[in-house]
Design a protein around this ligand. Sequence first.
Ligand code: PEP
Ligand code: CO
Length: 447
Amino acid sequence: MSSSKPWQPDSWRQYPSMQQPRYENEAALDAVLADVKAMPPLVFVGEVERLKQQLAKAGAGESFILQGGDCAERFQDCNREAITQKLKIMLQMSVVLCYGLRKPIIRIGRIAGQYAKPRSADTETINGEVIPVYRGDIINSFESSIEARRPDPQRIKQAYFHSIATLNYIRALTKGGFADLHHPQSWDLKFVSNAPKKAEYERIMSNIQDAIVFMESLGSREEKLGSVEFYTSHEGLLLPLEQAMTQYVPEYGGYYNLGAHTLWIGDRTRQLDGAHIEYFRGIGNPLGLKVGPSSDPRTIIAICEVLNPKREPGKITLISRYGNGKAASHLPQLIEAMRGIPVVWSIDPMHGNAAKTESGIKTRNFDDILGEVRETLTIHKNAGSKVGGIHFEMTGDDVTECIGGSAGITAEQLANHYETYCDPRLNYSQSLEMAFLVSQMMAPSVI
Ligand code: PEP
Ligand code: CO
């Protein structure tokens, strides 16, 4: 792969591509892609460039990224209630982080397009029958039958309309005054039964409340608090769709993916000579790159050279996901190797911490998630590098998918409200508590 070779939105087709579904009816796929391409984009290029500038600030330690949302969005959750809950928890976490870190927070949802999933196996066995795996609502159905799991190109068009509907409502909420839910009055801390912890969280909340009242009394309330910026992201996995969302923008003299503000490249699809890196090197959006135990620092440098030959600050965010206790044997070497190359460092404490209960339910432990955050922060501190963000799989609903937290979810309780179609998410209380704990760890002084 070379950054000097000619690039086109479809040049990735000449390279080996991982994790792509095989559609039986190519003509139907082409027709859907043509329809989607003819529709309006989801985002405006000015927003994309603005995000890139903000991310550059996160890289310099002047602001902080909160990226979060579902592992896999589902079409059925494209409704008022679910979107409102997701936005509410993101806003509340961002206020806690903003207060604790004393920095502006850049909010990026895994939302309005997070419909395609990479999988570690092509098939699974359900009730004795071997069927293709679920690859996300944009590709096939979660229902467990061979027919339902067949990739259906019409789902790409459905995903486009669900993304549009979701983003439209997010824009209405974030511009229309809903952001007042910043207000700690509407926060729910009932889950904290441990008294000293509860007192501590309540103290932080009341300090935030005071700060907001003080700011409001200074004026320009609507501008500052009634409306907030919120960006969208998803894993750029399904390349035919990403190609269809790509447009040449003459004002900026380049191509952009206008299906999301930023996209990330997953741990399974970042081969230097693969189709994904080829596609992503041609677009102007800021990009995330997942890095984990299998990332060789020399390869990551080479990928960054290809994706960001001009070394634009804010262009690349390296999202580390090693697993609790595993970052220490990999991350210091990567940080050392990356010196002088501008990247934003973000922490995904979710994807290296998959676990299974005795009864075979996929889960994650709150303490492992927190442990990886703590370990990664210490490594960066010792290396003198700046942590610019954090990345969670989470939801605003009271699901029971991850174990632990002050709400004390146990392995036995997981089945009570287990909703995810893919990886387990932090629920409302676990997410809010995580924000309190991360804020305390990262606070410049005691809060
Ligand atoms: C994800 O973020 O949903 C994901 C699949 O992560 P990773 O590529 O790090 O495994
Ligand atoms: Co996931």
